[in-house]
Write a protein that binds this ligand. Structure first.
Ligand SMILES: Cc1ncc(COP(=O)(O)O)c(C=O)c1O
Length: 380
C-alpha cells in the first residue's frame, strides 16, 4: 500500500531529536510561549525573509489575527478564492466581514488577478490570495492591483512554506503572511500550530499582543484578546524541523519532477510547470475528467489519493447565506470535479513513484468516458 501521506516515515528519521526537544520543553516548565517559541519565531522569520514571525496555535488563528490587526470587521468585504480550504473563508467570517470570492486561473489554479480587479469595491478591506498546493499566486500582479487601491494583502501561505520567486518567499509579498503548521504541512508541528510573518513592526506588535489576550503587560489588556498562543513543545519541535525543511522541499520538488516526466503524455492534465522554487508541492494534483473512477481504481491497487477540494467554498452549505450558486466560478467548479492529489512527501521512494505512475497510466489508458455522477459536485 502506498499511503497518501506518511508522517511516520519522517518521525522514524528524526524522532530522537524531536523527543529530546519535547522533553527539554517539558522539563523547563515553559509550556506556553517561552524561550523555545521565541527561538522558533526568530528562525522562522529568518527562513521566510521577514522581520517578524509570531507563533500561534493554528493557521486559522493566524488568518484571523491578521484580519483583526488590519481592522477588518462588520460591513467590510474581504476578497479571496473559492478553491481553498474552508479556513480561509472562516477567518473572514469570524470578523463579521463578508467573503467575496473571485475565480482561479484555469492553469495555475490560483487567484485570477483580472477577476480580483473586477471584484474590488469601496468596502474591500483586505485581499487574501491563497498559494494553493504550495504554488505562489501571481503576487506581482495582485500587489499592483492592491497598491493601486490602497488595500492590504494577507497571504494564505498555509501550504507554501518557502515557496519563492527571486529572493522573496511566501508570506513576504503582502502585508502579512499566514502559515499553518498542522502536522501534515510541509513544516508541521506535533499537534496544532501556525505563524504569521510581517515586515510591519506595528502590525507585529498588535498581533503579538492579541494572540495573548491583548495584554500590553501582565493583566493589562489594551486590545481585544484571544488565546491563540503557541505551546512550548510545538516551538521546540518546530525549531528542530526547520533545519530540515530545505532538504524536504528539494525532495518534494524532485518527486514532482519525476511525476511530471513520467506522466507526460499519459492523458491526464499535469500541474503547470513552475519556475525553480515557485512551487513547494505540498500537494501534487492532476486533473482527469473521470476523476472519481481514477481514484476508486487507484484505491483498489493500494494507491491512496486525496481530493483538494471536492466542493468549492462558495458552494459549502455553511456559506449559503452569501447567495452564491453553481456556475458562479466555473474554473473552481471544474477543478473541484476533476482534481486528484497523488501521494507526495519527502520520503516517497523511486519504487513508490513508479507504482503510482504505472497505476495511473494503466487506468487512464483504459478509462471509460466520465459517468454523469462523477461530473457533479454534491451540494445537497
Ligand atoms: C489554505 C489553508 N488555509 C488555512 C488553513 C488552516 O490552517 P490550520 O488547519 O492550521 O488552522 C489550511 C490548513 O489546512 C489551509 O490549507
Amino acid at each position: 500500500m502506498i499511503p497518501f501521506l506518511d508522517l511516520k516515515a519522517q518521525y522514524a528519521k528524526i524522532g530522537d531529536e524531536l523527543e529530546a526537544a519535547a522533553v527539554g520543553a517539558m522539563r523547563s516548565g515553559e509550556f506556553i510561549l517561552g524561550s523555545r517559541v521565541a527561538a522558533f519565531e526568530k528562525n522562522f522569520a529568518a527562513y521566510c525573509g521577514a522581520d517578524n514571525a509570531i507563533g500561534v496555535n493554528s493557521g486559522t488563528s493566524a488568518l484571523h489575527l491578521a484580519l483583526l490587526a488590519l481592522g477588518v470587521g462588520e460591513g467590510d468585504e474581504v476578497i479571496t478564492v473559492p478553491m481553498t480550504f474552508v479556513a480561509t473563508a472562516a477567518a473572514i467570517r469570524y470578523t463579521n466581514a463578508r467573503p467575496v470570492f473571485v475565480d482561479i486561473e484555469p492553469d495555475t489554479w490560483n487567484m485570477c488577478p483580472v477577476e480580483l480587479a473586477k471584484a474590488i469595491t469601496p468596502r474591500t478591506k483586505a485581499i487574501i490570495p491563497v498559494h494553493l498546493h504550495g504554488r505562489l499566486a501571481n503576487m506581482p500582479a495582485i500587489m499592483d492591483i492592491a497598491k493601486q487601491h490602497g488595500i492590504p494583502v494577507v497571504e494564505d501561505a498555509a501550504q507554501a512554506h518557502g515557496a519563492e520567486v527571486g529572493s522573496r518567499r511566501a508570506g513576504t509579498f503582502g502585508d502579512i503572511g499566514c502559515f499553518s503548521l498542522y502536522p501534515g504541512k510541509n513544516l508541521g508541528a506535533c499537534g496544532e500550530g501556525g505563524a504569521v510573518v510581517t515586515n510591519n513592526a506595528e502590525l507585529a506588535e498588535k498581533m503579538r499582543q492579541m494572540r495573548d489576550w491583548g495584554q500590553t503587560s501582565r493583566y493589562y489588556h489594551d486590545l481585544p484578546g484571544y488565546n491563540y498562543r503557541m505551546d512550548g513543545i510545538q516551538g521546540a519541535v518546530l525549531d528542530v524541523k526547520l533545519k530540515y525543511i530545505a532538504d524536504w522541499t528539494a525532495k518534494r520538488q524532485h518527486v514532482a519532477r519525476r511525476y511530471d516526466a513520467l506522466l507526460a503524455g499519459s492523458g491526464i492534465v499535469l500541474p503547470k510547470p513552475a519556475s525553480a522554487g515557485e512551487h513547494v508541492y505540498h500537494v501534487y494534483a492532476v486533473r482527469f475528467a473521470n476523476r472519481d473512477d481514477l481514484q476508486a481504481r487507484l484505491t483498489e491497487k493500494g494507491i491512496m489519493t486525496n481530493i483538494h477540494y471536492p466542493r468549492p467554498v462558495h458552494l459549502q452549505k455553511v456559506h449559503s447565506d452569501l447567495g452564491y450558486v453553481m456556475g458562479d466560478f466555473p474554473n473552481s467548479e471544474s477543478y473541484a470535479r476533476e482534481a486528484l492529489s497523488l501521494p507526495i512527501y519527502p520520503e516517497l521512494t523511486e519504487e513508490q513513484i513508479t507504482v503510482v505512475v504505472d497505476g495511473v497510466r494503466e487506468i487512464v489508458s483504459t478509462a471509460a468516458a466520465p459517468a454523469r455522477k462523477s461530473h457533479s459536485i454534491a451540494v445537497d
